[in-house]
Design a protein around this ligand. Structure first.
Ligand SMILES: [Zn+2]
Length: 394
């Protein structure tokens, strides 16, 4: 089998190796499942891209590329981890639509002596959900071995792990990922927020900073923490179901609040629109992100912005998703323009620190049992602050 181009962990005889991740390197992509309310029209082909997951992923991707943005980098996620648990005998689900391990794909022939950019159409392996147990470990070991036989330069090894791996099998995970010749894409699974505690946020940062050519997909602002600590690219979901995976067969808890989640920049987290409306009231200032500015224009609003307390109804979901993407895109642009990796990490830490400092201001009039804006432990970790003692929240 010829040496696949661009593999950084294997010896190569190609004097001008292709970087298979060139189209997405340094970018945060939008991650979508149901595209009906996704802000696909906001995706910049020059600064971002789209990861397509779910049963309709192939159809949605083809339609996006053909009808909306042919130049936009895309990643196809067959999402087999949503339906099946991996076993040592079957870490993957075979699919006719994918360049499967062991099935060599045509190797692109360089047309010039210059290094060639990677393809804009990347694919994840159809890896099944990896439990945090002995079988899950054996399955991941087998997945790495099988994927290493592939010669398709557009293939990325999907690593959909239960979030318990981050705390209970961290060293094993790092060791197995080091063996992979292919780029890796970590996808975290949990019934709740996979990185909702300090110890998991810390474990995730350790994994990301220990591995080369690793991406963190289908997540929230954890994508930014991963990027400043060495991830090659990342993706943020437009809906909560696209911001983490869940074990096959499990049903994520859904509360009675049907208002959309709004990324509230001052506090650096997603908060239900109804909750913002209830507690922010007069303190809320208009958001002037590109999506809210467009909304203000469409609605002839004099201020030129939209109050974050205005996302109350499920019909506001489309606007909320557009606002959320505009907010994290701008945040990442601010961080990415820092002159050094150290500067980018410090900028991110300071943004998180400011958000932690604001929590006391936001809940000054809220009863003790409703400290809805108290900074979660993972945010305090990102901010480099010590954990609070004797708190009931995570
Ligand atoms: Zn906005």
């Amino acid at each position: 089998m010829p040496t696949p181009p661009g593999r950084t962990l294997s010896p190569s005889t190609d004097p001008h190796p292709i970087d298979p991740l060139a189209a997405v390197r340094g970018r945060i992509l939008l991650h979508v499942k149901d595209t009906a309310k996704a802000p696909l029209n906001q995706v910049s082909a020059h600064r971002s891209g789209v990861v397509f997951s779910g049963a309709e992923a192939t159809k949605n991707l083809n339609s996006f590329v053909m009808d909306a943005c042919p130049e936009c980098p895309t990643v196809l996620d067959p999402s087999e981890y949503e339906r099946h648990f991996a076993t040592p005998a079957a870490p993957f689900t075979r699919s006719d639509q994918l360049p499967l391990p062991g099935v060599p794909a045509p190797r692109p022939s360089p047309e010039s002596a210059e290094p060639q950019p990677g393809g804009r159409r990347l694919h994840l392996t159809p890896t099944r959900y990896l439990r945090c147990d002995e079988d899950g470990e054996k399955a991941l070991r087998e997945a790495v071995a099988q994927a290493d036989e592939a010669s398709d330069p557009t293939l990325i090894l999907a690593v959909p792990i239960d979030a318990q791996w981050l705390t209970e099998r961290t060293d094993t995970l790092i060791s197995l990922l080091h063996r992979s010749r292919l780029p890796k894409a970590l996808i975290l699974g949990d019934k709740d927020n996979p990185t909702g505690s300090k110890i998991r946020a810390k474990g995730l940062r350790q994994v990301i900073s220990s591995c080369s050519d690793i991406a963190l997909l289908r997540t929230d602002l954890a994508a930014v923490d991963a990027m400043v600590h060495g991830a090659v690219f990342a993706s943020i979901g437009d809906t909560s179901s696209a911001r983490h995976a869940a074990p096959p067969g499990s049903r994520p808890w859904r509360g009675s609040d049907s208002s959309p989640n709004v990324l509230y920049r001052p506090l650096m987290r997603y908060i239900r629109g109804a909750k913002l409306a209830r507690y922010l009231e007069e303190e809320a200032r208009d958001c002037f992100c590109s999506a809210c500015a467009q909304w203000a224009d469409d609605h002839h609003r004099y201020s030129g912005g939209r109050p974050p307390t205005g996302f109350l109804d499920p019909v506001d979901a489309r606007d909320a998703h557009a606002h959320n993407m505009a907010v994290w895109s701008r945040l990442w642009a601010e961080i990415a323009r820092q002159p050094s990796p150290e500067g980018a990490r410090e900028y991110w830490r300071r943004v998180c620190d400011s958000a932690v400092g604001l929590d006391s201001w936001h809940h000054k009039d809220v009863p003790e049992y409703e400290k809805v804006f108290a900074a979660p432990a993972y945010l305090r970790f990102w901010a480099g602050r010590p954990e609070r003692r004797n708190t009931w929240y995570r």
